[in-house]
Design a protein around this ligand. Sequence first.
Ligand code: EPZ
Length: 418
Amino acid sequence: MQKLKIRGGKPLVGEVITSGAKNAALPLLAATLLTDEPVVFQNIPDLADVKTMLKLLEQLGCQVERGDHEVRIQASHLTSTQATYDLVKTMRASILVLCPLVARFGHAMVSLPGGCSIGARPVDQHIKGLKALGANIELDHGYVSAKCDRLRGCRIVTDMVTVTGTENLLMAAVLSEGTTIIENAAREPEVVDLANCLISMGANIVGAGTTQITVQGVEKLHGTTYRVMSDRIEAGSFLVAAVATGGDVLVKDCDPNTFGAVIEKLIETGAHIEVGEDWVRAKAQGKPKAVSIRTAPYPAFPTDMQAQFMALNAIASGVSHVTETIFENRFMHVPELQRLGASITIDGHTAVVCGVDQLSGAPLMATDLRASAALVIAALVADGESTVDRIYHLDRGYEKMEEKLRALGGDIVRIKAE
Ligand code: EPZ
C-alpha cells in the first residue's frame, strides 16, 4: 500500500487545473449502455473509480478504447447484463448500470452495493422508481434482478433527494414509452451534465437542474461526443487548501456556477475570493475566520466539501458548527484531525470545532475519499511531518493530487508504505 508523506507549514501558491468530475463521469459512462452507437467522452478524469466503471462496461461486453483523458465506448454487442458483486463492492456507483440495461435490453441483474464507511446508502429509491416504470423486480442473494419488455413512463416522487437515484431513473425514462416526470429530483450539476449528454444523444428532457424533470421517451438514442464537466469538489478542495495554508491559488478550468454555497463560505473565511468565467482565485488574508456549515442537497453546501472545511476550521479563529445532514457517519476524519491537535467535539450530527493556533504533524489514516482530502489539507498546515496511509481512498476521486499540490509548493510525496 502507498501513503503520502507531508511536511506542513508552507503556503500553497500558484495555478492548478481542475480535472473532469468523477461524479459526472460515472453516470455518463453508464449512459453509453443506452445506445448501440459509439460514444466519445473528453475530459475524462484519470481516477480509480473511472477505471472500475470502464472495467464493468467491458465485463458487460462493451468495446472500450482509452485515450489521454478521452474514452470511446460502444455497447453494440453486449454479452451480459449482470454486474457482479466483486466489482460492485469496490464501487457503489456501479448501481448506475441497472436502469440503462433494463431500459435498453429489458433485463439486468446487479449486485446490491451494500453500505460503505460513510453510511448504509441504500438504493431503495432506484428500485422503487424502476418498479413504478413497470419493471418486475426481485431481490435475491444480494442481487437486484429487473425485467421489463418496455418501461412505461409515469410520475415518480423520490422519498428524499438522491443524486444517483435521479440519474438512474433519468436513464430509465429516456427510453420508456410515454412521459415520465421525476419529482423531488436532485439538482446537482452532475445531474444536469448527464441530462445534457442524453439530450445530445437524442433524448427529450426538460427541467434538469430543477426539482422536476420531465422526459418524453424515445425509441432509440444515437452516439455522441461529449466533454465531461469540471470537478467542482476537486476545485473547492484546492481553494480550501489555499486558504487554510495562508496561500494564494488560482484554480483554472472550473465552472464557478456549479459551486453552489462553497464560494459564499470561502468568502466568509475572510479570504480574498475572485471569480472569473472559468477560474476562481483564493488568497488568504491572515488567519481564516471559522465558518459554520450545514450540508444539504444542491445548491446548498455540499456534503462532499464538509470534511475539507472542517480541516480549515480546525486552525481558523473562532468556533464553528459543522452539521452533516446527508450521511449518518461522515465524521470519520474527526479522530484523525484530533490526532493533529484539533479541538473538535461531536454532538449527534454536529461537530463543534474550536480553532487552535497550530496543528502538529502525526501519522494519519484515510477512511474515505473526502476525509482523505481533509487529512491532506490539515497535514499541509500542521507543523512538522505527517503521513497519510490508505490513500487508495484519495485516488478514487482526486487525479494526481500530490503532483498538483507539489506544483503549488506543497511539501508532499507518495511513498510505499512498509
Ligand atoms: C452521490 O452519492 C455522490 N456520488 C456522493 O459523492 C455524494 O456525497 C452524494 O451524491 C450526495 O451529494 C456519486 O455521484 C457517484 P444520494 P449518492 O443518493 O447518489 C439516501 C463522493 O465523495 N438514499 O444523493 O449515493 C442516502 O443514504 C461521493 O464523491 C436512500 O436512503 O447519494 C443518503 O443519506 C460520496 N435511498 C441520501 O439519500 C436511496 O435509494 C443522499 O444520497 C438513495 C439514497
